[in-house]
Design a protein. Structure first.
Length: 158
């Protein structure tokens, strides 16, 4: 497990000269292109958006294991989009879906899935940092970096 992850990090270091890279996985050497820069995440088709799309710096998150986010990925398969059918593909909230006679789980609603994943992680780091400062005093440059938690930081225009 650890070796495999280190293997990825090595490959990224070696190949991270352009935007996107190909990695060979497993003995069958299947190829996969990994976007390294910003991925623009917008709402799925059929949604009348209230907020601007989100610019997600993919590569900034590579300190984490890939399957922290791509939790259904099994290493020798293609990484699926979050909105793959049967995953986070519902475009109505459970309440609105129920009003239309459809029953869905909260995680299926794409907005909830993104918000839970993105915001909870950034909030958790902030909370840990606040706790460190509370116990150890101010450590301005030594606290772990975190990501945005405010609406307009991720959705810049109304
Ligand atoms: C912090 C969360 C996170 C981490 C960690 C992460 N990714 Fe992603 N990745 C995403 C999101 C979000 C998308 C956009 C998915 C979408 O559009 O549905 C994405 C997109 C991708 C895509 C394009 C998929 C497509 O739909 O074409 C690939 C390939 C990919 N990631 C591979 C990786 C690999 C390999 C790693 C580990 C080195 C990794 N990701 C780490 C969140 C993450
Ligand atoms: C498991 C934890 C985790 C998840 C999940 C996660 N992030 Fe982050 N994010 C971070 C950390 C840590 C940083 C700070 C990285 C750094 O600056 O080195 C960060 C930074 C960012 C930044 C700021 C980058 C910069 O250069 O200032 C943005 C924007 C961001 N994340 C968006 C997202 C979005 C959108 C998602 C969901 C698709 C997401 N993040 C999911 C941990 C996470
Ligand atoms: C860490 C980044 C992040 C933060 C912070 C964040 N969002 Fe989002 N939000 C997303 C992502 C990613 C999506 C899915 C892509 C999309 O639809 O734009 C999304 C989707 C949405 C949607 C559904 C799409 C639309 O435009 O109608 C709404 C509404 C929304 N967010 C409102 C908010 C509000 C209000 C806040 C503050 C309480 C907030 N978001 C904070 C990342 C974030």
């Amino acid at each position: 497990m650890l070796n495999r992850r280190m293997g990825f990090v090595m490959l990224i270091v070696i190949a991270a000269t352009g935007f996107g890279l190909n990695i060979a996985i497993g003995s069958e050497a299947e190829e996969m292109t990994v976007p390294l820069g910003e991925i623009i995440i917008g709402p799925p088709e059929g949604v009348e958006p209230k907020r601007s799309p989100v610019s997600f710096p993919h590569g900034v998150h590579f300190d984490y294991a890939c399957n922290q986010c791509h939790h259904m990925w099994e290493y020798d398969t293609e990484v699926q989009s979050c909105s793959t059918e049967g995953c986070h593909d519902a475009i109505l909230s459970p309440i609105k879906a129920a009003a239309e006679g459809e029953e869905i789980e909260a995680y299926q609603y794409y907005k909830t899935a993104y918000h839970i994943m993105c915001i909870s992680c950034h909030k958790e780091i902030k909370a840990n940092n606040a706790e460190l400062e509370r116990t150890l005093g101010k450590l301005p440059d030594q606290l772990p970096a975190t990501g945005p938690t405010g609406c307009i930081e991720c959705h810049p225009k109304e």
